[in-house]
Structure formats: structure tokens, C-alpha cells
Design a protein around this ligand. Sequence first.
Ligand code: PGA
Length: 249
Amino acid sequence: MRRKLIAGNWKMNGLRAGGAALAGGLAEKCRAEALTCDFLVCPPAHLLIPVSEAIAGSGIALGGQDCHTGASGAHTGDLSAEMLADVGCSFVILGHSERRADHGEGSDLVQAKALAAARAGLKAIVCVGETADERKAGRALEVIETQIRQSLPEGAGAELVVAYEPVWAIGTGLTATPADVAEVHAQIRQLLVELCGAGVGDAIRILYGGSVKPANAAELMAVDNVDGALVGGASLKLEDFWAIGSSCP
Ligand code: PGA
């Protein structure tokens, strides 16, 4: 039984006061209620320490939004997986479509970053997903399969997380239909079993991401092989993020 993971990707949003208050509000709710899912927040780098303080003892996990492949060195502006672990992160998002698009990150680099994450003891959330044009051309499954084959680190364990995020659904208000999500997640599951063996392949959590909100969360979280959500915009609103977590069966 895979416990659902509800991950908040804050992206490049939030200043100190608001970030700590948002994380603190979520922590308060988590401390007060028995949770049926795992919560994770991935704030921008300058908020990692205040957010880690705000969520201490709440059961909420902390994650980074990217990491470098190296442990340290002359890489201006980068953060290593070891640095993320040092401030209390246990997860790191890798290969998000915004990094693939804005920074030209290819799957080979994502794979090297996933190995760096494992080296530092972080659980990688490897993101994959097709563009609108690729879906229109009937190439969605092929694109996703190639991204997974090239992005997953060799020797991946059950702690790895895969996030399916159709690029056209991110921040647009458009969501994949439950039938499309079911089709893609079933294919990802099959591929994970092929690549990692039945035990690990069945245990890896597959998240859906792309305009997840309270109004569609219950329907999406009930789909086979959907083991949680990677939430952008709605993770910046406490009540919405909490409602998404509460909609997990
Ligand atoms: P969204 O972003 O929920 O705002 O669509 C999801 C993501 O990019 O992780």
C-alpha cells in the first residue's frame, strides 16, 4: 500500500514573513489532526531554513526544487544535494518542466542529479511530461517513456518518486482527464517494474501534477496508480493545500 504524498512546489514565490506563516499554518493543522497522507513543502532556497523551523515536529517533510550534480565547488548560484540535506531536506524535485525549459536541462542531467540526490540521502522526485504539441501528435506515451528511461538513476530504490506533469496542464487551469492520467500512470508503473523489478517498481510513488486544486483533487487521487500530487499554485494557499491533502482516500 503506497501512502499518498502531497507535495507543494512553491516555485519562485514567497518572502520570509509569508513563507514562514504558510508553513506554520500547515504545521499547526498537521499537529492537530491524524494525517492520511504525507505532506511535503518545497520552498525556494531562501525559505528553507525558516520553513524548516516552522514545520519542526509536525511530520511535514522539506524539499528543494533542484540540486547540482556535485557536492561542492566553483558553481556560482547552485546548491548541492548535500547542502539541501544539511538544512533538513529529505526530498528534491528534479527535472521539472520549468527547469527543462528555462535552463535547458535534459534527461541525462536529471539522471546525474538524481544520483547526486541519492548520494546525499535525498529522495528524488523526477518529473516527466509531454507538451501540448506532443500530445496532439499522439506522442505523449512515447515522450514520457523516453524521459523516464533517460532520467531515472540506475539502482533506484523504492524511495524514488516520479511525477507525471503534462506541461500543458501546469499553471494553466487545464487538467488531464482521469482517463488520460490512468493511462499514463499505468504505463509508468509498467516501466518502473521493468526497470527496477517488481518489488521496487510497485513501491515507487507516482504523483500527478498540473493544476491540481481542491475541486479536482479527490477525483484525481482516486485514479489507479496515482500516489499523490505535485501542487504548484494551490500549494501557496493554506486552505487549498490542506483540502487537497484531506481529499486523499
Ligand atoms: P500547478 O503547478 O499546480 O500550478 O499547475 C504544478 C507544478 O508545476 O508542479
